[in-house]
Write a protein that binds this ligand. Structure first.
Ligand SMILES: C[S@@+](CC[C@H](N)C(=O)[O-])C[C@H]1O[C@@H](n2cnc3c(N)ncnc32)[C@H](O)[C@@H]1O
Length: 198
């Protein structure tokens, strides 16, 4: 496991109560836009956290697997939500190639170093089926209040940077927007594998 991942996971294991109270929110209009574009039922929810999005997708009839590296998050998800959950590092995906119709990735890229994002996208591309759909939500670049004892890695990209990164890795941008939620500004991008460029 990467050193920065260790610190990030330690934070979530210790702060799961706070996260489940404030962070376990399904952004329905975003996730619904993503599922409308899927050509099949198999979805991977990357860094599923408490499990709320996997639960939503499972109840909608999708075959969704939520993965997260925090044991506490996975335990919470299994005890409280519908769906399948597995402890897994998104840097070391133990999943079959060409097996998912969609990857949902909400607030996960923030916990990867900028130079490591290409590897994640290459791996996503491998496990996605042809014309598989990738939905990403990340906080856009902004000032962040650093809390005491918070040693999480926090990478923020703006919309154009994320679009460029996706295109460079062979994804076609299908939908892209900035939006406000809570006190923060976010980016939501839906892209498609194997089309190359806009
Ligand atoms: C901000 S939470 C997002 C949770 C959920 N997707 C959501 O949108 O609310 C980030 C999650 O990423 C997980 N995480 C961080 N690094 C990871 C890694 N390398 N592999 C798998 N999960 C990771 C953390 O355990 C945490 O649950």
């Amino acid at each position: 496991m990467k050193k920065y991942t260790e610190k990030t996971i330690d934070f979530y294991n210790k702060n799961i109560d706070a996260y489940t109270k404030s962070g376990a929110i399904v952004l329905k209009n975003k996730i619904d836009r993503f599922i409308k574009l899927l050509r099949g039922k198999k979805i991977l929810d990357v860094a599923s956290g408490p499990g709320h999005d996997t639960d939503y997708l499972t109840r909608k009839g999708f075959d969704c697997l939520g993965i997260d590296l925090s044991e506490k998050m996975i335990k919470y998800a299994e005890e409280n939500y519908e769906g399948k959950f597995e402890l897994m590092d998104f840097f070391n995906l133990k999943l079959k190639e060409n097996s998912f119709n969609g990857i949902w990735c909400s607030s996960a890229f923030i916990h990867a170093g900028k130079k490591d994002l290409d590897k994640i996208l290459t791996d996503f591309s491998k496990i996605l089926k042809k014309e598989g759909i990738l939905g990403i939500i990340i906080p856009t670049k902004q000032k962040r209040e650093k809390r005491k004892n918070d040693k999480r890695i926090f990478t923020m990209l703006n919309k154009v940077e994320l679009e460029k990164l996706l295109i460079k890795n062979g994804f076609k941008i299908l939908f892209s927007e900035d939006f406000f939620y809570g006190k923060m500004k976010w980016v939501f991008i839906i892209s498609e594998k194997n089309k190359g460029g806009r």
